[in-house]
Design a protein around this ligand. Structure first.
Ligand SMILES: Nc1ncnc2c1ncn2[C@@H]1O[C@H](COP(=O)(O)OP(=O)(O)OP(=O)(O)O)[C@@H](O)[C@H]1O
Length: 581
């Protein structure tokens, strides 16, 4: 099956496609019971559909023309029951179909989302979020439509075609030869058209991704766009994107129209020919009227499935484009993985950090951020990391959080190489408060509790108190239960910072990092925040990054990042450090 599907698709690497289909099959296989159930329902539905014209034939030939009232009534009653049963059956199968379809769709999307959670900032830096969104949404739906809808329509088409063809031969084998001429012509046409459809479907998916990317980028930036009066320019961009999309959509529509219209016209011609020949036979008394009507109906029933089976070719081309786009996400490998047997950090860890001849440079960048840099950040100390803008301070923090691994050298926490740790295990012990604080739609309580979902209400309240959030909570209409709006838009910079500190308190970290955390507030607030942090997190290793001299005064150790080296600028005496420890 997988080989057959791969062979039906043009223009793509066969091996890659087989791999993609095998992956897709892992989501279909768990639903095999539901699929078998639906297949049985499909068989029943197809049989009922095929039964209807035969009942009409009996009604006309054995009832009307033979003037048999008993037969007339029996057929009419049978038709009513068959109709009711068909309707019930189609309702049940539509329900089961939606359930199956939804399960596969959501399993696919959830799997991809979990995979995306393992990818590093490098991956997200190189991608447009709108494009990822479009792959997760439009492309995944396209695949699911194929995996479920097209497959079932193919099954009922095969059943319909086989049944209708058998009944056509039963009614008249000579007229049935017409179908044998029609089918090869339709097949040839669709084979010719499918490459065009595939190419245009890819363009449409890319246009849709462009549109999503545009909206994802500009909507959150609306305040800035208004501030610099560039509304018209952005509307113009949207207009251009929409125009391109529409033009390509119309091209695809025209191509799809001709792809379907030619077989449709051939079918009409065949039907007309069947009526001409069959009609002549009826007039000559060689055939019955009921048989001619049933034949014409079965002809439609036979050519319909042929078209939808050949339309499957078109669906496969469209789906293969989406599958390739989704697999592109799936194939992105996480840069950071947990070792097979990760080391466990002890509960009584100290929080000493050591850089041991660490080298790191970003891909495609010449300059090294760290070039055999070595330093020890003592446990329990306050360490300032300084250096001019763009030198790599945030990158050092990313290395500490294991968003990246060094290309050479080791980073050790209490003597354990970070590479030996599962990233999650490490990040639980390190709290990061940065300038850019992530807030989610939800209440203040939910936002504070985000990193420690098991924290009790009392713990959240105590942490809020320590982070000096009490005044804010008292001023909010619903206190901690007040919704904060999209991305915490109702809070000031300083208030968000306190939320971040409350989060860090709940996390109970061994190491606390403040990366430009206080740059959004005035110096007085900053002094208060730093004093709070020192009070709350005393005894923990604290790393501060700031451009302000006032933030960095009174630290135990100053490390400057310079020419790829971590240079200790001033150090407190051994005695004092021992005192900290
Ligand atoms: N994902 C990335 N890929 C490639 N280069 C990057 C990436 N992230 C940062 N850089 C580059 O690495 C260098 C260091 O960036 P980083 O943000 O670590 O500096 P910084 O010292 O924290 O700067 P600032 O003080 O302005 O915040 C910069 O030149 C930046 O352009």
């Amino acid at each position: 099956m997988i080989r057959w599907l791969s062979a039906a698709i043009d223009g793509q690497d066969r091996g890659r496609l087989e791999e993609a289909f095998r992956w897709l099959y892992t989501f279909v296989r768990p639903q095999s019971k539901a699929i078998i159930g639906l297949m049985l329902l499909s068989v029943c539905s197809s049989a009922l559909v095929l039964l209807q014209p035969w009942l009409t034939k009996l009604l006309i030939d054995e009832g009307l023309l033979a003037k048999d009232y008993g037969m007339l009534v029996t057929m009419a009653i049978t038709m009513i029951f068959v109709g009711i049963f068909s309707t019930g059956l189609s309702g049940v199968s539509r329900y089961l179909h939606t359930r199956l379809s939804g399960r596969i769709l959501f399993a696919l999307r959830e799997h991809l989302y979990e995979h995306l959670q393992t990818l590093s900032p490098q991956f997200y830096g190189g991608r447009r979020i709108g494009d990822i969104l479009s792959r997760l949404d439009g492309d995944v739906s396209q695949i699911q439509r194929f995996a479920v809808d097209s497959m079932f329509s193919a099954l009922s088409s095969v059943l319909g075609l086989a049944g209708a063809f058998a009944l056509l031969i039963t009614l008249s084998w000579k007229l049935s030869l017409l179908v044998l001429v029609l089918i090869p012509l339709e097949v040839l046409w669709l084979r010719w058209m499918r490459r065009k459809v595939e190419r245009q479907a890819r363009i449409i998916r890319e246009r849709s991704a462009d549109l999503s990317s545009f909206l994802v980028e500009t909507l959150p930036a609306m305040k800035f766009i208004q501030a610099v009066s560039q509304e018209k320019r952005e509307s113009g961009k949207l207009h251009n994107l929409s125009n391109h999309y529409l033009t390509d959509l119309l091209k695809l529509q025209v191509t799809e129209f001709f792809t379907q219209a030619v077989p449709g016209t051939l079918t009409s011609l065949t039907r007309a020919t069947a009526f001409l020949i069959g009609g002549y036979w009826v007039i000559e008394g060689q055939w019955q009227l009921g048989s001619l009507i049933a034949f014409s109906t079965y002809l439609g029933m036979a050519t319909g499935p042929v078209q939808s089976l050949l339309g499957l070719y078109v669906a496969i081309q469209r789906m293969s484009v989406s599958l390739d786009r989704v697999m592109d996400l799936r194939r992105a490998e996480p840069d950071i993985t947990a070792p097979d047997t990760p080391a466990i950090l002890p509960d009584d860890m100290q929080g000493e950090l050591q850089f041991d001849r660490v080298c790191f440079r970003y891909q495609d960048r010449d300059a090294a951020i760290l070039d055999h840099a070595s330093v020890i950040m003592p446990a329990g100390g306050t360490i300032a990391l300084t250096g001019p803008s763009g030198v790599g301070k945030s990158t050092v923090i990313d290395l500490l959080m294991r968003y990246y691994d060094p290309q050479q050298g080791r980073i050790l926490i209490d003597g354990i190489n970070l590479k030996q740790l599962a990233p999650m295990e490490l990040r639980k012990r390190v709290a990061l408060v940065s300038q850019d604080i992530t807030m989610f739609r939800g209440t203040l309580m939910e936002n504070i509790r985000y990193a420690s979902p098991v924290a009790t209400d009392a713990e959240v309240l105590a942490a809020s108190d320590e982070a000096r959030l009490s005044d804010l909570i008292a001023s909010l209409p619903l206190g901690l239960e007040t919704p904060l709006g999209e991305r915490g838009s109702q809070l000031s910079g300083g208030q968000k910072q306190r939320v971040a500190i409350a989060r860090a308190i709940l996390q109970k970290p061994i190491i606390l990092i403040l990366d430009e955390a206080t740059s959004a507030v005035d110096e007085a607030t900053e002094t208060e925040v730093i004093a709070n942090v020192n009070r709350i997190f005393s005894g923990k290793t604290r790393i501060l990054i700031s451009h302000r001299a006032s933030t960095l005064s009174g630290v135990d150790l100053r490390i400057e990042l310079k020419d790829g080296q971590l240079v200790v600028e001033n150090s407190v005496s051994e005695v004092e450090l021992n005192g900290i420890n």
